[in-house]
Design a protein around this ligand. Structure first.
Ligand SMILES: [Zn+2]
Length: 251
């Protein structure tokens, strides 16, 4: 790593250090998740002040101190401030959930480049999304995140008895197994996913994000898919996500 470098970055988290400084945790395409000091970024007149807020899509100029093994931000430029996200409570909670997922997945490890593209394109879609449609972007982000990390659930067959689901047969998601079961193998407290929800995932998984977001889905499937994906992501990451708890009733 050179002492001076530049990279694209999306701010995941900020922590105030002392009176006027900020430490930013950011997702980058090549270096994965990095932490860097933004000196003076809390000063009223600092140019960094609003740029360094969570979900900001930036180009950052970094200095790496080899002795302390720390990054310092020497300059930053906004690529997209995603202003409409900042004006909507639902969008802020949605983006916060994704940022927490990225943080808990340590930036996706070796898949950080793909995760960066997914995160930035999803933020752009969320920024442009109409009111009430935010959940569709979130379903796509969470499902694509699972696929990227190698945890896409099997959609065609029951994970217990391996029988294939019929076209209109609902499936039963078990949070214990983190997989779909048929009605004969279903456990108590399974989430019932209508056949349309399963078909939606299978169909849109090969689409671009933009094309996937044009595919409609019935409300009961949306509600079930949301619950399934929240449980799947938390099960795979082996954590309870704070943003799902604090966003209950909003997300
Ligand atoms: Zn079965």
């Amino acid at each position: 790593m050179f002492r001076n470098s530049t990279t694209l970055a999306i701010v995941l988290r900020k922590v105030r250090i002392g009176e006027i400084h900020k430490r930013l945790t950011m997702l980058t395409p090549e270096a994965g998740m990095i932490s860097a000091m933004a000196h003076g970024a809390c000063k009223i007149k600092s140019r960094f002040r609003t740029l360094s807020e969570p979900f900001g899509y930036l180009r950052v100029y970094l200095y790496h101190d080899p002795v302390k093994d720390q990054y310092k931000i020497t300059d930053m430029e906004s690529i997209d401030p995603f202003e409409s996200i900042r004006k909507s409570i639902v969008k802020i909670y949605t983006a916060s959930l994704w940022a927490e997922v990225v943080l808990k997945a340590f930036g996706g490890g070796e898949s950080s480049g793909s995760l960066f593209r997914l995160f930035s394109s999803s933020l752009k879609a969320l920024n442009e999304s109409r009111e009430g449609k935010e959940i569709m972007v979130s379903i796509q982000f969470l499902f694509r995140f699972l696929c990227l990390m190698g945890f896409s659930p099997v959609l065609e067959t029951c994970s217990q008895c391996a029988s294939a689901f019929k076209t209109n047969e609902p499936s039963f998601f078990s949070s214990r197994d983190l997989s779909f079961l048929c009605s004969r193998c279903a456990r108590l407290k399974s989430i019932i996913l209508p056949a349309g929800g399963r078909r939606y995932l299978a169909k849109t998984s090969t689409h671009s994000l933009g094309k996937a977001l044009k595919v409609g889905l019935e409300d009961d499937s949306v509600r079930a898919l949301k619950e399934v994906l929240y449980q799947l992501v938390q099960g795979v990451l082996e954590v309870n996500l704070n943003s799902i708890k604090s966003g209950s009733g909003i997300l």
